[in-house]
Design a protein around this ligand. Structure first.
Ligand SMILES: [Zn+2]
Length: 483
């Protein structure tokens, strides 16, 4: 098994974060960063809708909203609510959801029910609902709840009412403007980020779900005000099929999409090492004024749909690394299909965010049976899958990301583009880009992989087209990044 024994030094906290914070204080006085400097204690706001865990995708469907009830229960039983401000969020309004999604798609979600599917069946293909994204009772209501929590959390950050906001019910990163995808219907992350952009000049999106954060990447593919960074399994085939290291963004957003493709079985040391290397460089270069962190728990070992080997501690270490930058932070959930471990993971990460150590033995609680047989916070999750990420591969991925970041100005002085009241105008440029693509040959390819291909339209000059010609050879060997 190719496996590197990393040096202790590789994973030591460097002083980078401290240095970066002082740079922010002294030189880069954006609104969000400045105000954090005056607080010693991190203020955490926690958004939980009591009803959001009561929806059912279907008996055999792996997505179980009940994991949210379980998470909230553990959070309360551990007493973490005493360390945070707790909010029962309101539901997102239609208008808020329409800030990103199309009206025909929203009308469909509002109207369709398990009892009238016959009437709407002809639209199922268009909106990509069916098996992965079934129609269930209260589907739009469910969307309004998790999206409302993310929008309110974003506004809390804008109003300087908290330094960190948590919404474990959010993080549905696959949903598209007019299409459901990968168990996601409404993309709360895009909606929350659009809110943040009203106030914060630059928003960094970080995604540690095992699946590529395609919906968020696509929404902000052509803007330099959002940098998206996704760590995910990639082999060209694994859902959603996108997330190749060569997907770097287009037009103004060129180089502002960062993809970190990983192979099966990545372990704690390798993942945390690569995460820290990439995030330190990204934050140093992009200098975000707010961060959105998607904490999909399907990257844990032993996940029902996943194939990594991460422990809850390593997953939480990534949360800690982001928190240490002291930049206004919105934390959302995402995937996670072994319900008991999702609840453990997000409870542990809540404790990380409020700087509180938790007892390894789970507190007495009415869902105790879920945590059989050990009743521990940190079960053994490693070693189920062989680690296919050797040292050479990881170093090469790191190098490619660093090369990409070198194309960005070291200290971006991005002018605030005005976010129009309807926000949609902000995304129109992106839409025009997508329309062009749809007219092209490639638009005829199957939808789920339509962003994977390397299209010359995304490149701006001959030099880049040469690069594209070279890179197209990757397509047949998507994981071979050695040349
Ligand atoms: Zn996922």
């Amino acid at each position: 098994m190719p496996r590197r024994n990393y040096n202790e030094d590789d994973f030591e906290e460097t002083t980078f974060s401290e240095d970066y914070r002082s740079v922010l204080k002294e030189k880069h006085m954006t609104a969000g960063n400045t105000r954090l400097a005056s607080h010693n204690k991190t203020r955490v706001a926690y958004f939980h809708d009591e009803g959001v865990g009561n929806y059912h995708y279907g008996e055999r469907h792996p997505m179980k909203p009940h994991r949210l009830t379980l998470t909230n229960h553990l959070v309360l039983q551990y007493g973490l609510h005493e360390k945070m401000e707790i909010f029962q969020p309101r539901r997102a309004t239609d208008d808020e959801i329409l800030n990103f999604h199309s009206s025909d798609y929203v009308d469909f979600l509002k109207s369709v029910t398990p009892d009238n599917v016959d009437k709407y069946e002809k639209l199922f293909q268009q909106f990509n609902v069916g098996d992965d994204c079934p129609i269930f009772d209260g589907i739009y209501d469910f969307c309004q709840r998790y999206a409302g929590a993310t929008i309110e959390a974003s506004r809390k950050l804008i109003a300087n009412g908290a330094d960190i906001c948590i919404n474990w019910s959010g993080g549905l990163h696959h949903a598209k403007k007019s299409e459901a995808s990968g168990f996601c219907y409404v993309n709360d992350i895009v909606l929350g980020t659009l809110e943040l952009l009203r106030y914060f000049p630059r928003v960094l999106y970080v995604d540690i779900d095992i699946h590529h954060g395609d919906g968020v990447q696509e929404a902000f593919y052509s803007t330099d005000r959002v940098m998206t960074v996704s760590f995910h399994k990639y082999n060209g085939d694994f859902f959603p099929g996108t997330g190749h290291i060569d997907e770097v963004g287009s037009s103004l957003g060129k180089y502002y999409s960062v993809n970190v493709p990983l192979r099966d079985g990545i372990d704690d040391d390798a993942y945390v090492w690569l995460f820290k290397e990439v995030i330190d460089a990204v934050i140093g270069t992009f200098q975000p004024s707010a961060i959105v962190l998607q904490c999909g728990a399907d990257s844990l070992g032993c996940d029902r749909l996943g194939c990594f080997n991460l422990s809850i501690r390593a997953h939480g270490r990534c949360v800690q690394i982001i928190k240490n930058f002291n930049i206004p932070l919105l934390v959302v959930g995402g995937g996670g299909y072994t319900v008991r471990n999702v609840a453990r993971c997000w409870t542990y990460e809540t404790s990380v965010l409020v700087d509180t150590e938790l007892d390894e033995n789970l507190p007495p609680n009415e869902y105790r049976d879920f945590f059989k047989p050990d009743y521990k916070l940190h079960p053994h999750l490693k070693g189920r899958v062989e680690n296919q990420n050797d040292r050479t591969y990881l170093l090469k991925v790191r190098q490619r990301v660093m090369e990409q970041l070198r194309y960005l100005d070291a200290a971006p002085s991005i002018q605030m583009q005005e976010i129009p009241p309807d926000i949609q105008g902000f995304l129109d440029g992106e839409q025009e880009q997508r329309d062009l693509e749809d007219d092209s040959e490639r638009g005829k390819e199957k939808r789920s992989t339509s962003r994977v291909v390397h299209n010359s339209e995304w490149y701006e000059n001959d030099k880049d087209n040469e690069a594209e010609a070279h890179d197209s050879s990757w397509s047949s060997h998507p994981m071979d990044i050695d040349d």
